[in-house]
Design a protein around this ligand. Structure first.
Ligand SMILES: Cc1cc2nc3c(=O)[nH]c(=O)nc-3n(C[C@H](O)[C@H](O)[C@H](O)COP(=O)(O)O)c2cc1C
Length: 404
């Protein structure tokens, strides 16, 4: 199974093509749109989110609410495109010299040709690599707007996982210096609460301080990063593998989450904190009972040992750096004149940690769906379920006293 996305931030649409997705998985437009809406929420988001209200269109691969095994093509239109159609036109059109973004009076007039790279973005490296002086050619694709297509793809992966009792969620642990909650999987009710919170905080009381931090950052023309937790429950042991470096599930999950713009680190379970403790306090003791089978008395490993799920909930934490577009304009150099100057700002988020958690859910869902298909593979959901049920029964047999 694989997917590709295509599309620029102010182009006509974001598109994703999913290949190898099994047939007979049920999905509704509402389920996909709900995920897209979750990505767009969050206190501290920029004006763009007021313009875009993402809706999916399915161009292929789904019929009457059921996947049919052919490539799935989904499209999310950019409503803002009408203001950018000449700037982003694929073939030559006369371009206005500047576009005035009326929604945010703090912003400078936005020139359609950008020659000052913003520190912390793909702007400079992309321009040098691809040989452009007009940074718009880089900015447009490097923008995290692309992650809306990933969330659309993730909605399919989640639907597949749901069939196997696997549930994925996320919450914000901290924004700036605010918030230090527990790292754990949430109940469906707790997750519902998180999705109602303007900053997707858990515990809910942490939201107030986070909002205060964001307001303060706005006043100071600053931006903020933070941390979030993604979890998955209902996993059987044995997804992923210990036998090759590129099949280890923790490595694959970390890569997928690190591929989200601005994510700078990923830890599993107790993660970076394990460094400070002796081994006897970090490894999760194994217990056995005929009724339940093998369990752990803790989950410092975050549900993965030796590159495989161990049957405990998957729990990972990710770190997001502060948003690199600042209204104060960071020191840079104009590529046209090579003179020092300050980078401009396009409509931008003050923080996007709540949204990044939703994107990470999609990426985690994708990797887990891949791992499920690798272990129980088949062309249709009933075929995959049969293999899965057989494996689960085998594990239950062991739980009832059958030897390994
Ligand atoms: C959901 C989401 C929204 C983002 N929104 C913005 C934004 O409005 N402005 C901005 O400068 N960066 C934003 N970013 C971060 C940049 O996309 C990212 O820092 C940039 O592409 C450079 O990549 P790097 O930080 O991984 O090196 C956002 C990231 C995510 C995940």
């Amino acid at each position: 199974m694989r997917f590709l996305t295509s599309g620029e931030s102010h182009g006509q649409a974001l598109v994703a093509v999913i290949e190898g997705f099994p047939a007979q998985v049920r999905i509704t437009k509402e389920e996909i749109d709900r995920e897209l809406a979750r990505r767009q929420m969050g206190y501290g988001r920029g004006g763009r989110m007021k313009i875009e209200s993402d809706q999916v269109e399915i161009l292929s691969g789904v019929r009457q609410g059921l996947t049919i095994g052919s490539p799935i093509c989904l499209q999310i239109s950019n409503r803002d495109w009408v203001n950018w159609s000449s700037v982003m036109a694929p073939f030559h059109q006369s371009i206005p010299e500047e576009v005035v973004i009326k929604e945010d009076p703090r912003l400078p007039k936005l020139t359609t040709v950008v020659t000052v790279p913003r520190p912390g973005h793909a702007d400079l490296s992309g321009a040098l690599k691809y040989g452009f002086t007009d940074l718009r050619n880089i900015i447009e694709r490097a923008s995290a707007r692309e992650t809306s297509a990933r969330v659309g793809v993730g909605a399919f992966a989640k639907q597949l996982l749901k069939e196997f009792g696997i549930r994925i969620g996320s919450y914000v642990l901290s924004i700036g210096k605010a918030g230090t909650g527990p790292v754990q999987p949430l109940t469906p009710d707790q997750q519902e609460q998180v999705d109602q919170s303007p900053v997707r905080a858990f515990p809910p009381e942490a939201a107030e301080e986070m909002i205060r931090m964001i307001d303060q950052a706005r006043q100071n023309q600053e931006t903020l990063g933070g941390t979030f937790v993604v979890y998955a429950t209902g996993l059987l042991p044995g997804l992923g593998s210990h036998v090759h470096w590129d099949r280890r599930l923790d490595g694959r999950l970390a890569q997928a989450v690190m591929s989200i713009p601005a994510i700078k680190g990923v830890g599993f379970g107790a993660g970076f904190k394990t460094a400070a403790f002796p081994g006897s306090q970090v490894q999760d003791p194994i217990t056995y009972s005929p009724e339940i089978g093998f369990r752990r008395t803790g989950n410092n490993a975050g549900g993965i040992e030796g590159g495989m799920t161990n049957g405990e909930p998957l729990v990972l934490t990710a770190v997001m750096k502060p948003i690199p577009t600042l209204y104060q304009g960071l020191p840079s150099v104009d590529l046209k004149t090579l003179e020092p100057t300050r980078a401009g700002a396009e409509r931008s988020d003050l923080t996007a940690v709540p949204a990044a958690g939703v994107v990470a859910e999609a990426m985690v869902a994708w990797v887990l769906a891949e791992a499920v298909l690798e272990k129980f593979g088949g062309d249709s959901l009933p075929e995959i379920k049969q293999a899965w049920l057989g494996y689960r029964e085998g594990l239950r047999g062991k739980a009832k006293g059958g030897k390994c």
